[in-house]
Design a protein around this ligand. Structure first.
Ligand code: NDP
Ligand code: 8X3
Length: 256
């Protein structure tokens, strides 16, 4: 089903995006790997090529930069132009502060990456899908797109916005064969908290010590499930939580 399909994954240099790249490679897809840290993408490209024998095309790209996104997509070599699957995964959170006390530059970063970056990628890639009358956009949302927690108002706002955009895309693409899915995870152990707390390893580590969180591979398998359905089936959304996390507010602290 996914063999030789072209999957473009943003934020492929770490965490969920990296895990998505590995599962799509395992299924024989051709990968376009995008993120800002080029050396990590090159390492991943070599890893999946060696392990699964798939081709990769690497894009050093900041999804916040609309012109760079447009140039990257329009400048793809002919063999890579017909993108079948776009996984809009690149994202981040900055701080866990009250909305009236947080760093405004962090607000910009979250809105520009999580919402506007997803829009720029989608705006650049979807027209080709519409023209070919096939394709699949899979947006990585979050439980934070459904619930809000103290100190998370801006991050949660961006993920609520992703949920709205996902729903809007489905309405706007109805009548084409382009599918739109969202995969909304609860807590996943990645570099997410390290980025949120600007490299504070001790604080980041504390986020994941109360119960077994999701692993990036768990989310990647859900993304793959959406992509691997037959063309007449669209998995609109998957909400995926650690068993011990009943909601953003209620979790069972069994330890690890
Ligand atoms: P990681 O920090 O491990 O990975 C984030 C990825 O996003 C990196 O590859 C990073 O690459 C990329 N990225 C960040 N900013 C940009 C940018 N401006 N341009 C291009 N790429 C960018 O975090 P996760 O894997 O956890 O996060 C992936 C997605 O999952 C995010 O959208 C996040 O909101 C979402 N999510 C995470 C959850 C969690 O608990 N971890 C739960 C629910 C959703 P680079 O720095 O090289 O550019
Ligand atoms: C990331 C998970 O719970 O920190 O989207 O918002 S959470």
């Amino acid at each position: 089903m996914l063999k030789n399909k072209i999957a473009l994954i943003t934020g492929a240099s770490a965490g969920i995006g990296r895990a998505c790249a590995r599962v799509f490679a395992r299924e024989g897809s051709r990968l376009i790997l995008a993120a800002r840290r080029l050396n990590r993408l090159l390492e991943l490209s070599k890893e999946v090529s060696d392990e699964f024998g798939v081709d990769c095309h690497v894009l050093e790209l900041d999804v916040r930069d609309r012109e760079a996104v447009e140039a990257a997509i329009s400048g793809l070599p002919p063999a890579w132009k017909e993108i079948d699957i776009l996984v809009n995964n690149a994202g981040l959170s900055r701080g866990l502060d009250k909305v009236h006390e947080g760093e405004p530059s962090g607000y910009d970063e979250m809105i520009d990456t999580n919402l506007k970056g997803l829009l720029w990628m989608s705006r650049a890639v979807i027209p080709g899908m519409v023209k070919r009358d096939k394709g699949h956009v899979i947006n990585i949302g979050s439980i934070a797109g459904r619930q809000v927690y103290p100190g998370g108002s801006v991050y949660c706002a961006t993920k609520h916005a992703v949920r709205a955009v996902t729903e809007g895309m489905r309405l706007d693409l109805n009548g084409t064969r382009v599918r739109v899915s969202s995969v909304d995870p609860g807590m996943v152990e990645t570099e997410f908290s390290l980025v949120r707390f600007r490299g504070d390893k001790e604080r980041a580590g504390r986020v994941y010590r109360d119960f077994p969180p999701l692993e990036p591979e768990d989310v990647a398998e859900a993304v793959l499930f959406c992509a691997a359905r037959p063309p007449h089936v669209n998995v609109q959304e998957i909400l995926l939580m650690p068993t011990d996390q009943a909601s953003v507010h209620i979790s069972y602290k069994r330890g690890r």
